[in-house]
Design a protein around this ligand. Structure first.
Ligand SMILES: [Zn+2]
Length: 117
């Protein structure tokens, strides 16, 4: 039969041993909460995108669609076919996304190749 002091000492050792595990769980939870928030934002943006697409199916609304895409891009998400809907790294420009925005902005790619004097 162990004395109360030894029992308490054992208990204390066990508790100390659990601290890294608890801290690990706390970190995991923080990561999950962060990811959850990001996914909520992403989901919201994609919903708006889908609503825009279904509300305006006429090809004539290129400009509005482009504004929406630019908004999404500036919010930190890809709009290109390669990575659509995924996060851009902070301050990272994507050439595929930019080419979409540029291309539609100029709106006259055909004239690009024609030399104008
Ligand atoms: Zn992109």
């Amino acid at each position: 039969m162990t004395d109360p002091y030894t029992q308490l000492d054992e208990l204390l050792k066990n508790l100390r041993g659990m601290i890294p595990t608890v801290e690990g769980l706390q970190n995991d939870l923080l990561e999950a909460l962060k990811e959850n928030t990001e996914l909520k934002i992403e989901n919201q943006l994609l919903r708006e995108k889908v609503e825009n697409l279904s509300a305006k199916q006429k090809p004539k609304v290129k400009q509005d669609g482009l504004a929406g895409l630019r908004k999404i891009y500036q919010s930190g998400f890809h709009i290109c076919n390669m990575y659509y809907g995924s996060h851009r790294l902070e301050n990272e420009e994507c050439v595929f996304c930019l080419s979409i925005l540029d291309h539609n902005h100029n709106g006259s790619e055909k004239n690009k190749n024609a030399k104008t004097k």
